[in-house]
Design a protein around this ligand. Sequence first.
Ligand code: PFF
Length: 472
Amino acid sequence: MENKKKSSFTGSLGFVLAAAGSAVGVGNIWRFPYLAARDGGGLFLLIYLVLVLTFGFALLATDVAIGRKTGQNAWNAFGSIRPKWGFLGKLTFLVPVLIMTYYSVIGGWIVKYATIYLTGQGEKAAGDSYFMDFITSKASPIVFMLIFLAITAFIVYGGVEKGVEKFSRIVMPGLLLMIIGLAVYSLTLSYTDAEGVTRTGLQGLKVYLVPDFTGLTFSRFLSILLDAMSQLFFSLSVSMGIMITFGSYVKKDVNLNQSVTRIQLFDTGVAFIAGVMVIPAVYVFSGMGGMTQGPSLMFVSLPKVFHSIPGAAGTIVGVVFFLMILFAALTSCVSIMETLVANCMHIFKKNRKQMSLLIGVLSAAASIIICLGYNVFYFEYTLPNGQPAQLLDIMDYISNSFLMPLISLLTCIFVGWVIKPKWIAEEMAIASPGFRREGLYNFMVRYAAPVIMLILFLQSTGLLGRLIALFQ
Ligand code: PFF
């Protein structure tokens, strides 16, 4: 019933673009570089690339194939295959709920920076404490978050995602060109600090690309692995039901092998280049000490890069850059909110307009609390990975580092041992010469993923550390 009302994508390109629109967002440009910088550059990059080619491929193929084969969204898909596993669909729904609470907060930061550059105040943003002063102020982050959220809710309310999709055909390639240009520029940077030490962009590139294994312990390796895996889930929008829903819109004549590869390539490509854009710049202006800044990294380092561009060009680049990333963030946030609205329409039997309003208001309330986490509700909590955290980081950790390994663990047990990988392979082989990398897929879902996800799940709760300590 529900399915008949759904539209489907026009061909493979439409699907790839829509999925890439959801996948490419602040995860690639904000989250990836700060994790890579914090986790030792090259080492994180190496681990991430290995994960993309193995886990990323297996998880994305699983989601998309389940969606297309069942024709259902995540809420119903698992239950429609095996009623006993219906709970898994409900569990995946929790992830977009959690992510929605803080995604629009970051969206608000981007709106703020776009406004600063539009009003020609980029120079201020290049100051060291500007970002901190902004997020710790009481009203401003809330106002900008509400603007971002209102635009998102307006798009979902009007059901105009199709229009947004068309627009993203222009903006996405534009964004890609822009970050390539900035990445090349970053490499040409050079700066001499107060102590007379000169650092160059190319030295920064080395930090980003060359893995440094010195002093690597098992527990540090696990913590980097967990960061990289959480980034993979977040960035590819897998194990959260989104790609299952997208899969359910894909026609049978689309070659899923090819689509999965393209989505991965695009998503990983954007993240990789964003790293080249941000990390050498951080290294040049703040040295190795600047690498551990965490979530503020992009907002502190890029304004310095723009500031170093002579004349008005810096402001123009700043405007265009923040408008483009704003757009990428919007397409992702629309996909998160659309999932919430579509599911709630189905659960509560209400129409799109009612549900968009309700979800919009609830999200605003939750996001206000997250914004206040930097002032009124400020506290310092240490996550099991040792990182200091405020409300935003805690939400991010619960959804990406804790819930998603759990969902992936259960999904892989379900596919690998209950319905068996052949079930997925059959769907992947439609409209293509066969399921490429089937052997790798089988190994991943049956053995590698369940074991690694269990380890990461235990690691995320801090239990693994305690277990290891017991045996030492
Ligand atoms: N993948 C998006 C990004 O990298 O910014 C974030 C995202 C989109 C997360 C959709 C969750 C989601 F449901």
